[in-house]
Design a protein around this ligand. Structure first.
Ligand code: ZN
Length: 687
């Protein structure tokens, strides 16, 4: 009941704000599937705020109008150009899924995505089941009598259920030999977004831990636990997680790949954490006979051992029950889903209202069957022309990077040769995978949502463990095609741009080169620069962790990174919380380098052409406005607080102002003078 009131209030507010900016029909249209992707240009004059001086705050100048025109929807923690496009993708996929759910003569791919969606949409059936889908497993945990039984259950839970049970395990490329797939054990076991949430003593952090304990008790109470028992289990869970958190590396420490690389034999692992029968553990996961493992965080595994070896049995069981439930909650009846939303979205991120069911279900299909749904998406949205043009843009930006490296005055020829070798080995992956993942072994039923979710989880788990002993699949993608994002993978040494991110207003076939190179070009440059940021530079052309820098060059690089760190540490995220620039420096350097590379590539592309001004901007100004407008956003303060701890990216305004203030090309385009805020001194430039 309380939720309904909040929801009505939030919708009223949103509608009120929209009256001044967008038509209300657009608001209503947001509740219908989209038959085609809507269009907005990559340089949008309605997003500007021309009352702001571009030399004082270029982000505000480029995005002030967008901020006013795009209030945060009630079901979102924040809203941005990327998030809005992501939402439109989902709305478009919704129509496809609704059709695939009921169409006759479906292809096998359409059957899977359609039935998964139908099962998720059938909330009456899901609600009628209550906690039944997890009841047998909860009863098994309840019935555990000895420590040995608890440990055996932990091993089995890791194989059968999603959930953060003490630690994580899986497969990955060996950091020093990227051609080999190895087993990795990682830190985990926490219900809050980061270890820092358990260690900080400020008022807001203390209160949040109380609210988290209340959530744990609420969830356990829903299964019929007495209030007293649920409270005790919540306290025990928080106590166990605090021990694990304190033994976990910080996010900044984890950016150092040497700190998370510790190969150990199974015998050595057995000495580190003797409570678990490791040969049995890996056999149960589907990987018998594992000889050695990367124990990413040995100190953390010691803490796990201490907990498993000495913690009260009742406490361990309460912890397992909670982690099983909190992972299953989104797939269970409404009260579970609501409790999960109330803590993780409302309390933690300030989101007033649950997303509509279609959105929850579209996301669920993307998560579980991403490359099946992706085929449906790509077929309808991604043209051969866009693929060819963005491929060409990528090659031009790589050429710009080559010339930059060749021309650096601070880098020795020996390091340059290695850098160029690495640059030329980078693979460009654009749009979608060469070969689609085969889901034929995965059973999907139209009336069994939890079953579908668990079968998909086990299917994916098995797929990952099966990589052991096989050559690395260089064609694999880490994002699904509709995703509005991009990435660089240092071990694959590849840059990846899903079809979802190569659409208007990011890549706009209707616009000329200036805003497109500013926007998508800078994104391509961003991912490419990751290969040479403070983390990426530690990997070589083969994707191996190997120091290819002379000590002098490494020192000069670090000096340049420190310039960027000092600059960004000055920006405030929310209240009095500054950017943790040791966490964000890789992204900040990628933003600065990426924009410069895109600018150089654009200049080359338009060499000899006479470019006309438009919208009151010179061509150079249009490049920069196009660049800035990818980052327009509004964020709830609660979400900004989460970002400050967990997000390696700086907030939108810093990603624009931090970049342009380091570019004389920008200052020249807008006539900015030394001493103005958008002319940073000293100018920080790495690449
Ligand atoms: Zn990045």
């Amino acid at each position: 009941m309380i939720l309904k009131r909040v929801l009505a209030f939030a919708l009223f507010f949103a509608a009120f704000a929209l009256n001044f900016t967008l038509s209300t029909t657009l608001k209503l249209a947001a509740q219908e599937p989209l038959q085609a992707m809507p269009y907005s240009p990559s340089l949008d004059v309605t997003s500007l705020d021309r009352s702001v001086d571009p030399c004082v705050d270029f982000y505000k100048f480029s995005c002030g109008g967008w901020e006013k025109n795009n209030p945060i929807p009630a079901d979102q923690a924040g809203w941005s150009v990327y998030a809005k496009l992501g939402n439109e993708n989902q709305q478009f996929l919704w129509g496809i899924l609704a059709e695939d759910a009921k169409a006759a003569n479906r292809t096998p791919v359409q059957q899977k995505v359609g039935d998964y969606f139908a099962a998720c949409m059938n909330t009456d059936a899901i609600d009628a089941l209550g906690e039944k889908p997890v009841a047998p497993e909860l009863a098994r945990i309840d019935g555990l009598k000895t420590r040995a039984e608890v440990l055996a259950a932990l091993v089995r839970l890791h194989h059968e259920f999603p959930g953060s049970f003490f630690f994580g395990s899986g497969t990955g490329q060996d950091a020093v030999d990227s051609s080999v797939v190895i087993v990795e054990l990682g830190a985990g076991g926490l219900g809050l977004p980061d270890r820092d949430y358990y260690t900080k003593t400020d008022e807001k952090s203390v209160k949040l831990r109380e609210q988290y304990a209340a959530y744990i008790a609420r969830l356990l109470g829903l299964t019929g636990e007495s209030a007293e028992q649920a409270k005790a289990d919540a306290e025990a869970t928080l106590k166990i997680e605090t021990v694990l958190a304190k033994a976990s590396l910080t996010r900044v420490e984890r950016r150092d790949p040497h700190k998370t690389y510790h190969m150990e034999t199974i015998a050595e692992l057995g000495k580190l954490a003797p409570s678990i029968d490791w040969p049995l553990y890996f056999k149960v996961q589907g990987a018998p006979g594992v000889a050695s493992v990367n124990v990413a965080q040995p100190e953390f595994m010691k803490a796990v051992e201490a907990e498993l070896g000495t913690e009260d049995l009742g406490a361990l069981k309460g912890y397992l029950r909670f982690h099983l439930l909190t992972a299953a909650a989104p797939y269970l009846a409404h009260p579970y889903e609501q409790a999960n939303f109330d803590f993780y979205s409302k309390t933690l991120r300030g989101v007033p209202a649950m997303p509509p069911r279609w959105k929850t279900c579209t996301r669920a299909v993307d998560r579980s069957l991403g490359e099946a749904l992706g085929q449906e998406f790509v077929r309808r949205t991604f043209s051969a022309d866009t693929k060819a043009k963005t491929q060409r843009m990528t090659e031009q930006i790589e050429t710009a990077m080559q010339h930059e490296i060749e021309g650096l005055d601070w880098m020795s020829p020996a390091t340059k040769a290695e850098a160029l070798r690495k640059l030329h080995a980078i693979r460009n992956k654009i749009g979608y995978p060469e070969k689609w993942r085969d889901y034929s072994a995965l059973e999907v039923k139209p009336d069994d949502y939890m079953g579908d979710a668990m079968r998909s989880y086990r299917f994916e788990n098995a797929r990952r463990w099966a990589k052991l002993g096989k050559p690395v699949d260089r064609d694999e993608w880490g994002m699904t095609p509709p995703t509005v994002n991009a990435y660089f993978n240092p071990q694959m040494n590849d840059i990846n741009f899903p079809a979802g991110v190569l659409q208007p207003p990011l890549y706009d076939p209707k616009e000329d080169d200036a805003p497109n190179y500013g926007n998508t070009g800078a994104t391509i440059g961003h991912e490419l620069t990751h290969a040479f940021d403070d983390e990426g530079r530690q990997f070589d052309a083969k994707g191996n962790l190997r120091d290819w820098w002379t000590p002098e060059d490494a020192k000069r690089f670090e000096d340049r990174i420190n310039c960027v760190r000092d600059q960004y540490a000055g920006y405030v995220i929310v209240d009095d919380v500054h950017i943790t620039s040791k966490l964000t420096s890789g992204e900040d350097v990628a933003d600065i380098g990426g924009t410069l590379l895109a600018y150089i590539a654009w200049k080359k592309q338009t060499e000899g052409l006479t470019l006309a001004p438009a919208d009151g901007f010179t061509p150079d100004q249009r490049f920069f406005v196009g660049m800035a407008q990818w980052a327009c956003e509004n964020q709830r303060p609660e979400n900004l607080r989460v970002s400050a701890v967990t997000n390696p990216h700086s907030p939108g305004f810093a990603r624009i102002d931090g970049v342009v203030s380091n570019m004389p090309e920008f200052a020249k385009a807008f006539g900015c003078k030394a001493g103005q805020p958008m002319v940073h001194a000293p100018m920080c430039r790495v690449w």
